[in-house]
Design a binder for this molecule. Structure first.
Ligand code: C5P
Ligand code: C5P
Ligand code: ZN
Length: 453
């Protein structure tokens, strides 16, 4: 029998989404603001679909940050209601000053709650927003409170959670409960298999970012030679291998990841539950890959159109995926030979493409950088420097909290920062990079020392 929402998410969180849903019923047009990455873009698509289904007009924008200028712009428009997703919990002050009601659907750890804004955040109800619920699943729960028909948006929500790497090792907590129910309702179908694209194997290995194979990523000839050396036909595809060959390939790739010094969770990336989305007829992992490349190449509207089922947009996104993949592989390859700069407790690199630094830092940290230190990717821009920080689950269990380190270091330099314990970021004035690195090195050292383990 189908489960009810009450069986799947905490009562307090559901009370908040019900309050938000009641606000929607009183207006004809809804303004939507979401973060620009896959979790934010999928959130925007979920909200747009659910609101249109409810007969509302929607104006959605995705942005890098929810700053005073963005809020001022929204304030100047004739809005009746604002929904913010995958950001907002750190900007309650700005939102509380709006002349119309605002709803926040965020999963970044909040510093406080709000009376004035309908503040929906899993952390407020004992759910870990870095692991058990993302912006897209929080937005989806709101959509489910509006209408049961929105169970068909499970695949878009799964793509958002995959974008925030909450699928690695299997979904847990509220995510797990919601997606299991979507499987029961036949919207999603899980399939356990190797995380490689459906190409000739040599290409699939050379094009793979997650996992990234050191010495092979971005090098088709090396991929071919490696496959031959382990007795696998480089011109075969994953589908053409028999089960024994597939198992053999999985085991040699796992050994390779261990040998190159990958994080333990990297093996959970190699063999994963891929989720087939029945209404969209594609894998949630592929949907995430398309949206991610659109977002990182600054075409968020295209990513949202792909989530809304636009086939023409999908064809365009295909070429962006190739461009994005090649750019990230180039950076990862270069860092293999150039190496990292190291401080006592952190490591860092420079990346001239700010929108790719997070992807490079994330893949590098998971698959081959020094596992003992979190990584900071710095992009020096015209007036500001953008920082992307990434850690591993082991480092988090040792007390590391990159959101706190980024926030405190950036704020003391008149910048801003935040995010999650395992993935965070900052924006600081240009020229303060050395100071910032010194501060985060100190913070991370202190976090480790203060940890009981
Ligand atoms: O703002 P938001 O929460 O959506 O951003 C989280 C970012 O952190 C995403 O870009 C995601 O890929 C990244 N991340 C990561 N490793 C994790 C969790 C999140 O690189 N374990
Ligand atoms: O930009 P990047 O993907 O590295 O961001 C990682 C996380 O850090 C995201 O959750 C983002 O919202 C957060 N962040 C932040 N303040 C910044 C930059 C990033 O809170 N100035
Ligand atoms: Zn998110």
């Amino acid at each position: 029998m189908a489960k009810r929402l009450e069986d799947l998410a905490p009562q307090g969180l559901l009370e908040r989404v019900q309050r938000a849903a009641a606000l929607v019923d009183g207006v004809s047009r809804v303004r939507v603001l979401c973060h620009y990455d896959p979790d934010g873009t999928t959130s925007a698509a979920i909200l747009a679909r659910a609101l249109m289904r409810r007969g509302k007009r929607v104006h959605a924008t995705m942005s890098h940050a929810l700053d005073a200028a963005t809020v001022d712009r929204v304030k100047a428009e004739p809005n009746e209601l604002l929904l913010v997703s995958d950001m907002g919990s750190a900007q309650l002050d700005l939102l509380e000053a709006l002349p119309f009601p605002a709803v926040v659907l965020d999963h970044h750890k909040p510093l406080r709650d709000s009376e004035r804004v309908v503040h929906v955040n899993p952390h407020l109800f004992g759910v870990d927003g870095a692991r058990e619920m993302c912006g897209a699943t929080t937005s989806w729960v709101f959509a489910l409170a509006l209408d049961d028909a929105n169970w068909d948006l499970a695949g878009v929500a799964a793509a958002g959670a995959i974008g925030d790497k909450q699928d690695v090792g299997g979904f847990v907590g509220v995510n797990a409960a919601l997606f299991a129910e979507a499987v029961d309702r036949k919207v999603l179908a899980p399939e356990r298999r190797l995380a490689l694209r459906d190409r000739l194997l040599a290409q699939a290995l050379a094009l793979s970012i997650s996992p990234f194979f050191r010495g092979i990523g971005g090098r088709p000839e090396a991929a071919e030679a490696f496959l031959r050396s382990v007795g696998v036909d480089p011109a075969a595809t994953l589908r053409s291998l028999d089960p024994a060959q597939r198992r053999r390939l999985a085991s040699v790739l796992a050994v390779r990841l261990v040998e190159q010094g990958a994080a333990p969770e990297a093996l959970d990336v190699l063999v994963e539950d891929r989720y087939w989305i029945e209404p969209d007829q594609m894998y949630a992992q592929d949907l995430e890959a398309y949206v991610n490349s659109c977002d990182r190449l600054e075409q968020m509207g295209l990513g949202m159109a792909v989530c809304l089922g636009d086939r023409e947009a999908l064809a365009k996104a295909e070429s962006l995926l190739d461009r994005y993949t090649n750019r990230v592989l180039e950076h990862l390859r270069a860092l293999e030979t150039e190496g990292m700069f190291a401080k006592k407790h952190v490591q860092f690199f420079y990346c001239e493409e700010a929108s790719l630094a997070g992807s490079v830092a994330g893949a590098g940290m998971q698959f081959y950088f020094d596992q003992s230190k979190p990584v900071f990717g710095l992009s020096v821009m015209d007036r500001q420097t953008k920082v992307s920080a990434r850690g591993t689950r082991t480092q988090i269990s040792q007390g590391v909290d990159l959101a706190a380190a980024c926030r405190e270091a950036a704020e003391s330099l008149e910048g801003d920062g935040g995010g999650h314990n395992i993935a965070a970021g900052a924006t600081i004035p240009k020229g303060k990079e050395e100071k910032f690195l010194g501060l985060v090195d100190d913070f991370v050292g202190r976090q480790r020392a203060a940890s009981p383990r």
